[in-house]
Structure formats: C-alpha cells, structure tokens
Design a protein around this ligand. Structure first.
Ligand code: COI
Length: 357
C-alpha cells in the first residue's frame, strides 16, 4: 500500500457527551484525503486535521453532481474494542456507485487499510453508549474546474467520522410513514441503485411535505406505475406477511443495503422464508385487511432496524401490530446490535476489530 502522510491536529476537539448525541452533527479530529488524476490514478493519500477545504467555484461536482458516498459505522464493544461491521461489503458498494457515476474504481483494500489507520487515530471519538457509534462517511467528488458537462478527470476522496446517536429522534420506536403517490425517487436505468447525492436531492420535496403532515419519512413507489414498493430513502423496507419476510427485489432503482443483506441472511439462517420480489402497495393493504400483515420495518446503516407503526397511502392509514415493535424486528435489532457491540458471538465473519482502547 502506498504510504499515508499523517498530519496530526494541534487543536484536538472536545469529545461529545455520548448520552446527548444526535446524528451527524459532530466530527472527529481527523479525515482521510486522496486525490485522483487521469493518467496518474489515485495518489497522495493523507490523514489531516478535519477542516474546511478549498475547491474552485467551477469544480464540476458543484454543478453536475458527479459524486458518491458511503455510510458505515464503527462501534465500541463492551470489551473496549473498536469494530467495523462488514467493511468490505460497504467498500464494494462504493465502487459499484463509482461505476454508475463514471468515477474511477478505487482499491478497496487500500481504502479499508486507510480507514483502519484513521479510526485508530480517532478511536477516542467512538462513543460508548448503547445505540451510539462512529458514523463513517467516505465520499468522492469531481474536482475539474470546468462548467461544461463531461466526466471529470480529477477527484478527491474523503473519509470523515461523526460520533452519532440514533438516526431517528424516536430511536427504536415505530415510525409513521407516508406512501408517496405524487413524487418519485428513481427510475429503472437511472441512478437509484447508486449512493449518490442526486437521489437524496430528489427526495427532499416529498420529505418536507410528508413531515408537514406529521410523517417521519416517505415510502417510495415505482416511478412508472406508482404501484410497486421501492424503498424509504434512508432505509430498505421489509414486510412480514403470513410468516414470510418479503422485501422488494433489487431492480436497479433501489439501493442494495448492507443491512438489508444482513436481514435476509439472518432470516434465512433462522429458517424464516425470506423472499426478494416485486411487492405492490395494494398487496400490503390487502394483507392488512385479511389480518396477515404481521410486521413492517426498515433496515439501514444509519437507522439499523426501524419498526414501522403506521402507513398512510392516499389518505388511507393502516396501523401495524398496534403501532408496537414486532417480535421479528426486535429479534433482528437485538441480534444485529448484539454483533456490533460485541454481545453476540460473530459466527458470520462480519465483525472486524480495528483498535483497542
Ligand atoms: C445510511 O444509512 O448510512 C445512509 O446513507 C442514510 C442516510 C444518512 C443518508
């Protein structure tokens, strides 16, 4: 691996109170940076103090959005070890997003090593309360100073670290979700599968309207028929109907969540039938009318497992499991967080210890 140049901060920040952490407001002392230039490849890896950075106002990312990001987490276990959860899976997805956005492939092993070095330096920033973690945000932006539309020849990759609490203020309590029937997030053949800012920009208007109406998030339907369920935007979605776990199949317009994969693998390991297929909103409402809709929950890195207590579609509200967390969502939450916080033995090879305090 090429050498990483390390510059330590001379002004270490104050560690936050882990009991009061929100999501994504606070940042650790250091960040990783690497450059890309056509003909030269990825080079100049360094760890530097977390700070503002310079970019030309003409930098292509600011105009045409050629950018990708990831979201992963480091945890502090009960034995004061710092662990990562499925890091190579996240980094492979990072490269898949890069491919979709015409961004040059990265050496995921190198980025993984760099991430470990960064976390070892900032390990004190991994908070120590259950439900908190060090949220890791790798991202790549196009930096060519040019206002024509093309693929950039230069990029910067950053990794920043944010000690964080629960993504939803409600924590693990059931959320209320609006099934979006006006706006759409992504279409087949578009960017939906990529972790790219455009998908999140596309979600804002619907999100604002839904929040005004008292909902936590929106559930996206397919952009053509407004019928088939896609995802929530910050999480994938699961339905437990008549004992079977069902989630929309990855069709190109849905993000392939790592927590989604974890849920499917765990369900199958526990002998629960878990199916990836197209599922329409009518089917969900019909299952509810027949008393077969047992649970609905979301899965995501930031949100972990998030039970859904209410769905509202075209003004018709359904209440799921009496607006209580269901037993399967609870079992998954306990198991996944158990693995992450070192309370459950990792028989899957998903947890990697990267530092000790
Ligand atoms: C994640 O779950 O890590 C996400 O990327 C969701 C969000 C914070 C954008």
């Amino acid at each position: 691996m090429s050498e990483i140049t390390i510059t330590r901060t001379t002004k270490p920040g104050n560690l936050p109170d882990a009991t009061k952490l929100g999501f994504g407001h606070c940042f650790a002392d250091h960040m990783f940076v690497m450059d890309y230039e056509k003909g030269k490849g990825w080079h100049n890896s360094s760890i530097v103090p977390y700070d503002e950075f310079c970019m030309y106002p003409s930098a292509m990312v600011l105009h045409y959005g050629q950018a990708i990001f990831e979201g992963m987490k480091a945890f502090r276990t009960k034995n004061n070890e710092i662990t990562l959860f499925r890091p190579q899976d996240y980094l492979s997805r990072f490269n898949r997003s890069a491919e979709i956005l015409c961004i040059p492939q990265m050496d995921t092993k190198m980025v993984h090593e760099a991430l470990k070095t960064l976390i070892q330096m900032d390990k004190a920033w991994v908070p120590d309360c259950f439900g908190t973690s060090l949220y890791i945000r790798p991202f790549v932006v196009a930096t060519d100073p040019y206002v024509g539309v093309k693929v950039s020849d230069t990029y910067k990759l950053y990794i920043i670290l944010s000690p964080s609490g629960a993504y939803y203020a409600k924590g693990f309590d059931p959320v209320s979700i609006k099934v979006e029937d006006k706006f759409v997030r992504a279409v087949h053949g578009g960017l939906g599968e990529a972790k790219t800012p455009a998908n999140y920009a596309a979600s804002l208007k619907a999100q604002v309207e839904a929040q005004k109406e008292g909902f936590t998030q929106v559930l996206w339907l397919d952009a053509v028929e407004r019928k088939y369920i896609e995802e929530v935007g910050t999480m994938n979605i699961f339905f437990k109907i008549n004992g079977e776990l069902i989630t929309p199949a990855l069709n190109g317009s849905i993000l392939g969540g790592i927590t989604r994969r974890t849920v499917l693998e765990l369900a199958r390991h526990w002998g629960v039938k878990a199916t990836e297929r197209a599922i329409s909103i009518d089917e969900v409402y019909e299952a509810n009318a027949k008393g077969q809709l047992e649970e609905v929950f979301g899965s995501g890195t930031a949100a972990v497992i998030s039970p859904v207590g209410e769905l509202s579609w075209k003004g018709q509200k359904i209440v799921i499991n009496n607006n209580q967390t269901g037993p399967f969502a609870q079992k998954l939450f306990d198991y996944v967080t158990g693995l992450q916080y070192g309370k459950v033995e990792d028989t899957f090879g998903w947890v990697e210890t990267v530092a000790k305090l």
